[in-house]
Design a protein around this ligand. Structure first.
Ligand code: SF4
Length: 350
């Protein structure tokens, strides 16, 4: 068994494996539509495939063309994105659609350079669209691709180091120029990383390139890549207030920058020290808030502790609070944490 892979054998093995083993995903149509691919690529960044599958067709139902997305109000785009998290991507996709309409007559450009100039399109997404939609020999590198390459080359080095990433781009570029069809090859690498060469417990017995894999030969598959040190999560303490007025509820909109930017929420006090003090809510003019329940919401970067309070109808409320019929809440962009708070308060069903 060789530990230095043979590039033509490697690419051929992966391409023929992918042709018969690819998962059936809604955006994997035979002839790739550029707009659908753009939407799927943005959605798939940092969100699990199963969640994207749920949201992909409804989003396209609401914005069936790049033009429809470009002219939609941002609030509508954020609402359609609800549940996918990382809302910055929704804003970038929206800005990208506007730029395609404004500068490319509503047609997704096919050159790598033009794609790279669009908002929200980095090297990976540009490479994915150029190769998978337009069959160009453009490389792609994401976490899956890096892991496969590190294992194939038996490289026990940190996956997120700049030097590792630069090396992976170089290898990927070489392989995409060796393969038969760049669309199939690029997707086969990602598919292998997502389904076979998974982070823990790679399924080497099912792997089409096991005879090319240095880590398998050396018995190091489990220790490659070297895990990255976990970023310290920041603590945040929130007190959210439920005030109903008949069939409506008071909400506020978050600032346009930062966490959950521009999304709607129950009026919320936010502190980076523990501050679930109803007196603070009363200081903002709210009479007699009562604590209902608390819960913890964990994201990659934060641990957010929520305390939910309820108060009766108020004679006066702050100007930035707006009343919304409960029946219309599903058309607003609301974070998963706030949806949970509203469920606890009985505003939304489970
Ligand atoms: S043999 Fe195992 S470690 Fe090597 S590429 Fe295949 S799945 Fe990954």
């Amino acid at each position: 068994m060789s530990t230095a892979p043979d590039d033509p054998i490697l690419t051929q093995s992966l391409e023929s494996w992918f042709t018969t083993n690819a998962r059936d995903l809604p955006w994997r149509t035979k002839a790739r539509d550029p707009y659908r691919s753009l939407v799927s690529e943005l959605m798939l960044q940092q969100t699990q495939v199963s969640r994207v599958i749920e949201k992909f067709e409804p989003f396209l139902g609401r914005f069936p063309t790049v033009q429809a997305l470009a002219k939609a109000p941002e609030d509508d785009v954020l609402a359609a994105w609800a549940g996918l998290g990382y809302y910055r991507r929704a804003r970038l996709l929206h800005a990208c659609a506007k730029a395609i309409v404004e500068h490319h007559g509503g047609v997704v450009p096919n050159s790598l350079d033009e794609l790279l100039e669009l908002p929200g399109i980095g090297r990976y997404t540009a490479g994915a669209i150029a190769s998978m939609v337009f069959h160009q020999r453009a490389p792609i590198v994401d976490g899956n691709v890096i892991r496969v390459l590190l294992r194939v080359h038996n490289q026990p080095i940190p996956q997120t180091d700049k030097a590792t990433i630069a090396w992976a781009w170089e290898r990927s570029a070489k392989l995409v120029h060796t393969c038969e069809d760049p669309a199939i090859f690029n997707e086969s690498m990602m598919e292998l990383g997502a389904t076979v060469c998974v982070p823990k417990g790679p399924k080497c017995l099912q792997c089409p390139i096991s005879d090319q894999c240095g880590a398998l030969a050396a018995g190091t598959t489990e220790s490659i890549p070297i895990p990255k040190p976990r970023a310290k999560q920041k603590h945040l303490y929130c007190a959210s207030l439920v005030i109903r007025d008949g069939d409506s509820i008071y909400l506020e909109q978050r600032p346009s920058k930062g966490m959950w930017a521009g999304m709607y929420q129950l009026p919320t006090l936010e502190r980076d020290d523990r501050a679930h003090d109803p007196n603070e809510l009363m200081a903002s003019g709210i009479d007699n808030p009562k604590h209902i329940e608390s819960f913890t919401h964990i994201t990659t970067h934060r641990i957010v502790e929520f305390a939910i309070y309820r108060a009766g109808a108020q004679s006066q409320t702050p100007e930035n609070w707006t009343k919304h019929p409960i029946s219309t809440l599903d058309s607003l962009a609301i974070s998963n944490a706030q949806v949970k708070a509203m469920r606890i308060a009985g505003i939304l069903g489970s």
